[in-house]
Every structure is written in structure tokens, then in C-alpha cells.
Write a protein that binds this ligand. Structure first.
Ligand SMILES: [Zn+2]
Length: 138
């Protein structure tokens, strides 16, 4: 009899615990979902940008960026080499960055776009919007 009673108590405890766990899980999932929705708003993106900017100033943030740059260099050696050639050419004055996009003529600080990384100095100067569309096309 005593054994049966304690089994009931155990069963009730398990049930109430699982309900509490389910409730916690639902809360956690809602929090995750609303956090995701917030991150897609302009305010959420600005908060994230600010936090990232702050993180990049820390030693850990700098280390992550160094590792990322090394990984990019390892994965895309031809892109890295082409970007280095452009950077040096800009510093030496061999290349001059125009003040507008060559595609849509918008006034901006255009990015260099390579059709062929084996020809590092053959570039198109594109605004961020036009450059990202090129990236999708390729
Ligand atoms: Zn453009």
C-alpha cells in the first residue's frame, strides 16, 4: 500500500516536472522566435551592428577576424592575391578609384569587381548594390 502511494507521488512528480519542462521549452522557443524577429527589424540590426563593432575591438574579436581572414586566404587564394594587387595598385597610384559606380553611375566609393581573378587589374568599379547583384549572377 505504501509502495503504491509513493509510486503515485513519483508519477505526479514526473508529470508536473514534464509540464514545467514543456512550459520552459515553450517559453524558450518563443524567446528564440521573438529574438529572431527582432533581429530582422532595422532597430534590431542596428543593435547587432553596434554590439559587433564593440566585439571587434576586443582581443577575442580581433582574433576571430584574424582567423577568418586566414581561412578566406586559404579557401580563395586567387581572390586574395587579386585583392592584394588592387590594394597595392591603389596605394601606388597605378589604379585610381572613381567616385561613382561604373554600372549605375551612382556617386559612391565603389568596390572593385573581378570577372577573372587571373587578371587582377582588369576590374569594374561597382557600388555595393551592383556588386552584390554581380555576386548573385556569377
Ligand atoms: Zn551601381
Amino acid at each position: 500500500m505504501l509502495g503504491q502511494k509513493s509510486e503515485t507521488v513519483i508519477l505526479l512528480t514526473v508529470l508536473s516536472t514534464s509540464t514545467a519542462l514543456t512550459r520552459k521549452l515553450v517559453i524558450k522557443m518563443n524567446r528564440k522566435e521573438s529574438k529572431k524577429r527582432y533581429s530582422q527589424t532595422e532597430r534590431g540590426r542596428e543593435v547587432s551592428r553596434k554590439a559587433n563593432r564593440k566585439y571587434r575591438q576586443t582581443e577575442a574579436g580581433k582574433e576571430v577576424r584574424r582567423k577568418g581572414a586566414k581561412e578566406y586566404q586559404r579557401l580563395y587564394p586567387e581572390k586574395h592575391a587579386a585583392h592584394s594587387v588592387v590594394r597595392r595598385a591603389l596605394i601606388s597610384g597605378k589604379l585610381v578609384r572613381p567616385d561613382h559606380c561604373e554600372f549605375c553611375f551612382k556617386e559612391c566609393k565603389p568596390e572593385s569587381h573581378h570577372e577573372d581573378y587571373s587578371k587582377p587589374l582588369e576590374i569594374d568599379w561597382l557600388c555595393i548594390e551592383c556588386h552584390s547583384k554581380q555576386g548573385v549572377k556569377v
